[in-house]
Write a protein that binds this ligand. Structure first.
Ligand SMILES: Cc1cc2nc3c(=O)[nH]c(=O)nc-3n(C[C@H](O)[C@H](O)[C@H](O)COP(=O)(O)OP(=O)(O)OC[C@H]3O[C@@H](n4cnc5c(N)ncnc54)[C@H](O)[C@@H]3O)c2cc1C
Length: 448
């Protein structure tokens, strides 16, 4: 599907200056700025107006003003990943929750917390670590990533293997709708929900349904001990069969990442072989017994047990590497975990020489490539190969999503791919929640 033609300039009569003036007049000088460069970058260098409400009341008033002026709005957290998705067909104003960053309630004894959407996930987890607790999410991305942004994008990282997706930890959300009215879904206690839990609808909606203002979470106890083992092989197939053996066993790894041979593999990983990095997080006895069992299951493989310092360095570098500014392409491909080896085969034939990493237990593969890779796939060949890759993934019941790519690719290939039978349901939800298409128009699946 082609991208809809974009028309990203502000609406007539709504120049940046006028928007900023109206916001400052209503809320004060510090509540609106004109951003440029990498701050709140959408996908080009044009200047953009950003509003910074300081609490839910101001957020609601800001949305009422936008509704009255017919401004199209991009909800944002820290604005670190606004390039993700299709280019919005029009926008006038970015509304950031970055200044809504208060911890509203925290009950360590109940393992629950309520935060404003702009609290950075990292900052929250540092604070909760004092009580030996955390929200067990480790998405790739910038340190400033807000919890609201992580929920809106349903972002997860290697620990998804044990702890699932953001929606699994969300128990309640208060949102501001496109016309400024406020609603709550779910609650602040874990067992509060009967029937369909509406707050989960916002997880992964990419700011197209409402602006998330406040959220309640259940937390996990922080595991006191960890161990990382790396198994090596010259072929992916044997490591995929080890993944299947581990998945079928009683072992509960926190992460299982499959890394293809690459000069860019984070140290101390050997770069000439496939590596399967398995991380255990638990009580010391459980970590030791699970690691021993994993070593037994993978006894035929060359392996390394990382020291605590090496493991810390490795997982940190693994995260940083994932979002390196030198990476021009990032694609996310999903398949059934049982099909992972077959998917890796499809990839090596269709898109050779891209860097491959996978959340092996979940069947999620991430492909990276730098600009040189573009030259390898000759100009006309590029979109054709990518479309072919998408077709292969879809034939296995999976999806291929473009997380990052130069405009020349994004202009020719839809970021999300075919939504299939869910499209009509998603359109109906959008019409119900945001009938005037005020929020992030065109950004999401099927141009929603
Ligand atoms: C370079 C890079 C690579 C990344 N790669 C991955 C990856 O591979 N996998 C992955 O899962 N995540 C990835 N992420 C995403 C990351 O984990 C966070 O989800 C993201 O950065 C959120 O941070 P933010 O607060 O800056 O959100 P923003 O960049 O401000 O917003 C991101 C999206 O969420 C919406 N949004 C933000 N806040 C709200 C809100 N309060 N209400 C409604 N909508 C909102 C925005 O409209 C936008 O569509 C990546 C991020 C970066 C910067």
């Amino acid at each position: 599907m082609e991208n809809p033609q974009s028309e990203t300039a502000p609406a007539r009569g709504s120049s940046l200056d006028k928007i900023i003036h109206r916001l400052r007049e209503m809320f004060g000088e510090d509540r609106a700025v004109i951003a440029s460069g990498s701050d709140f970058r959408i996908d080009d260098e044009r200047q953009r107006a950003v509003a910074f409400p300081h609490n839910i009341e101001e957020l609601s008033e800001t949305m009422k003003l936008a509704d009255a002026e017919r401004w199209r709005v991009i909800p944002a957290g820290a604005g670190t990943w606004l390039e993700m998705g299709n280019r919005p067909t029009r926008f006038d104003l970015i509304v950031s929750t970055a200044k809504m960053n208060r911890l509203l309630e925290y009950e360590p004894a109940d393992l629950t917390a309520t935060v404003e959407a702009g609290v950075p996930l990292l900052a929250f987890n540092r604070m909760a670590a004092e009580h030996r607790q955390f929200i067990p999410l480790d998405p790739f991305g910038d340190k400033r990533s807000t919890i609201g942004g992580v929920i809106a994008t349903a972002s997860s990282g290697p620990m998804r293997c044990a702890y699932g997706a953001p929606r699994d930890w969300l128990i309640g959300a208060t949102v501001v709708h496109a016309d400024g009215h406020v609603t709550k879904a779910g609650g602040k206690v874990v067992k509060n929900v009967a029937g369909y839990d509406l707050c989960k609808l916002y997880a992964g909606s990419f700011g197209t349904l409402a602006v998330i203002a406040e959220m309640s979470f259940k937390l996990r106890a922080l595991p006191p001990c960890e161990k990382t083992i790396v198994f090596y092989s010259f072929n992916a197939e044997s490591l995929c069969s080890l993944v299947a053996r581990i998945t079928d066993s009683d072992l509960q790894p926190a992460a299982m990442e499959l890394i293809a041979p690459s000069d860019e593999a984070p140290l101390p990983i050997e770069t000439d072989k496939f590596a399967l990095a398995i991380r255990f997080l638990n009580e010391p006895e459980a970590v030791d017994s699970q690691a021993a069992e994993a070593l037994k299951l993978g006894s035929e493989f060359r392996r390394a047990i990382l020291s605590v310092a090496d493991a810390t360095g490795f997982w940190q570098a693994y995260h940083e590497n994932e979002t390196s500014p030198h990476t021009e392409f990032i694609f996310r491909l999903s398949a059934l975990p049982a099909d992972l080896n077959a998917l890796i085969g499809d990839i090596s034939r269709t898109l050779p020489r891209s860097n491959l990493r996978a959340h092996a237990a979940n069947g999620v593969v991430r492909l990276h490539a730098g600009l040189a890779w573009l030259d390898d796939l000759k100009t006309k060949e590029r979109p054709r190969r990518l479309a072919e890759m998408r077709r292969l993934v879809q034939s296995r019941g999976g999806q291929m999503v473009i997380l990052r790519a130069p405009d020349e690719i994004k202009n020719q290939l839809d970021v999300w791919g075919d939504a299939g039978q869910t499209e009509s349901l998603m359109r109906a939800l959008k019409d119900k929640f945001d009938p005037q298409a005020t929020l992030n128009p065109g950004r999401f699946v099927a141009g929603i």
